[in-house]
Design a protein around this ligand. Structure first.
Ligand code: ATP
Length: 215
């Protein structure tokens, strides 16, 4: 079985997350995708961070009716900062050798990986599917990024849209449409009392309003 791992702050989850993940699921024929909100994001010193349990509830309720999409609280049950490499190992341990995992990342998160704990171990452990992202302020190409920050040994396979390496796992470039929605946009709209209809699943609207989040 092949499954996706999709981590994020999900502060809150929005339709951009869901649409790109649906595209990836179909394009790479993944049986399941696990969305795992991070409890204490090591990178986002966000002043408007909703409680982890609210962010998890928004993910869980948004995915409830979606086939093959699951919410995982794996990072919420650990104490201290959430590191992706630990989560990958925990999933591998739980599901055993018959499941091949792919890590899903927007291009902004992908370019940020060199600041993550043991980031090279991530490239050794799992294949990564990179999803295009609007206006992420990065002019680097993925090829020069890999060359400069990860390893010089990657080869581009144009037909498969995949970088391969003889020691590290492949990097897949997903051609999902760019969707211009971010959690920052949602939080800003809530703060200004603007509608977020159509930008987030309806349970997210309900939880934000009930719990007075992002005001
Ligand atoms: P924020 O605006 O607070 O930075 P975000 O919208 O980037 O949040 P995250 O929870 O940080 O959301 O993102 C989790 C993962 O989803 C990251 O890999 C990110 O790149 C990816 N992602 C988020 N929104 C999109 C989008 N619209 N298209 C593609 N990938 C996305």
């Amino acid at each position: 079985m092949e499954a996706g791992l999709f981590g994020g702050t999900f502060n809150p989850i929005h339709n951009g997350h869901i649409r790109v993940a649906s595209h990836v699921k179909q394009q790479y024929n993944l049986s399941k995708i696990f969305f795992f909100p991070s409890a204490t994001p090591p990178h986002k010193t966000n002043t408007n961070l909703a409680p982890a349990r609210d962010r998890y509830a928004m993910v869980e309720q948004s995915l409830a009716d979606m086939n093959g999409f699951y919410a995982s609280d794996i990072e919420l049950s650990r104490t201290g900062p959430s590191y992706t490499i630990d989560t990958i190992h925990a999933f591998e341990k739980q599901y055993g050798p018959n499941v091949r995992f792919f890590l899903l990342m927007g291009s902004d998160a992908f370019f940020d990986t060199p600041s993550w704990k043991k980031y090279k171990a991530i490239f050794l452990a799992v294949s990564i599917i990179v999803m295009p992202r609007c206006a992420n302020g990065q002019n680097l190409t993925i090829a020069s990024f890999l060359d400069e920050h990860i390893s010089k040994g990657y080869t581009w396979n144009k037909e498969k849209k995949q970088f391969t390496h003889d020691r590290l796992q492949s990097i897949y470039i997903c051609h999902a449409p760019k969707i211009d929605i971010s959690s920052t946009m949602i939080r800003n709209r809530v703060e200004k009392n603007l509608s977020i209809k159509g930008l987030v699943p309806s349970p997210v609207e309900e939880i934000i309003s009930k719990r007075n989040l992002y005001l």
